[in-house]
Ligand binder design. Structure first.
Ligand SMILES: NC(=O)c1ccc[n+]([C@@H]2O[C@H](COP(=O)([O-])OP(=O)(O)OC[C@H]3O[C@@H](n4cnc5c(N)ncnc54)[C@H](OP(=O)(O)O)[C@@H]3O)[C@@H](O)[C@H]2O)c1
Length: 235
């Protein structure tokens, strides 16, 4: 293996699928694309022969610690002692357009499990491979809805709380490991199942921007919050 190694969650569709597609356009990329159900991830499987990059599809459900542990172990095995250059915690759920006085406790808990605990455990179990890399970039996919300064209003309370917590996790990762580049990226409002048809951006535009931001990230970006164009977003 030469070039760069990448791992991402939620590669079955949306931004994760498009990220995998764009990465495979370079022969220098080895991509460990994870999804919770490889047998039904037909669009991802179709990328196997798209090359010239190398694709490994890995089963990983971010709500299940055992699945994260075994998915990470599989990646470490395939890396065979090599470092993991980029980890993209992309998988997430937005379960309801709930509000602070109408939310269901189950939705809030499930949002935290998928959008915070999952990404935290993914990075923790992949730590030995990240430590062996010269890049050590962890990309936690967040949302402008996580920004209190942006004053986004009452909707999507559980999702927003979970993404604000993910922001804090990223800050903590950066403080604990000053040799790592953990950063937050908001993809913009993108036409995916989560973003809906009314969204503004095509996935390929958002992902091109995200990949520019993360491949040029330095230690100065660690623990900070950016949009897909590389502009810093206020907390
Ligand atoms: N689209 C937007 O406008 C927008 C805006 C701001 C932030 N974001 C963020 O961007 C990221 C990608 O969003 P998207 O728009 O591509 O969403 P999406 O179209 O809904 O895709 C979500 C992906 O996450 C996966 N996923 C969900 N739960 C999972 C689990 N338990 N284990 C593993 N994978 C799981 C889904 O897999 P399955 O196919 O198995 O369900 C799917 O691949 C998310 O972090 C999201 O919060 C998106």
């Amino acid at each position: 293996m030469s070039g760069y190694t990448w791992f991402l969650t939620g590669a079955s569709r949306g931004i994760g699928l498009e990220t995998t597609r764009q990465l495979l356009q370079s022969p220098w990329h080895t991509v460990f694309a994870s999804c919770r159900s490889p047998s039904t991830a037909t669009d991802l499987a179709a990328l196997s022969s798209s090359g010239p990059g190398t694709l490994h599809i890995v089963q990983l459900d971010v709500t299940n610690e055992e699945s994260i542990k075994s998915g990470a172990a599989e990646v470490l095995r395939l890396l065979n002692g090599r470092g993991l250059d980029y980890v993209i915690n992309n998988a997430a759920v937005n379960l309801a357009p709930d509000t602070a006085f109408t939310f269901s406790p189950e939705h809030l808990t499930d949002s935290i499990v998928s959008n915070v605990t999952g990404p935290a455990l993914v990075s923790r179990y992949l730590l030995p491979a990240i430590e062996r890399s010269n890049r050590k970039v962890i990309v936690n996919m967040t949302s402008t809805l996580a920004s209190i300064s942006r004053n986004c209003g009452p909707k999507s309370t559980s999702y927003s709380i979970s993404k604000t917590a993910l922001n804090m996790l990223t800050y903590k990762q950066a403080r604990e490991r000053p040799d790592f580049i953990p950063l937050l990226v908001d993809p913009g409002w993108v036409k995916t199942k989560m973003g809906g048809n009314g969204a503004i951006l095509e996935p390929h535009v958002s992902v091109k921007g995200i990949l520019n931001v993360v491949t040029s990230a330095t230690l100065d970006h660690a623990g900070k919050f950016y949009n897909y164009q590389g502009k810093e977003i206020p907390w």
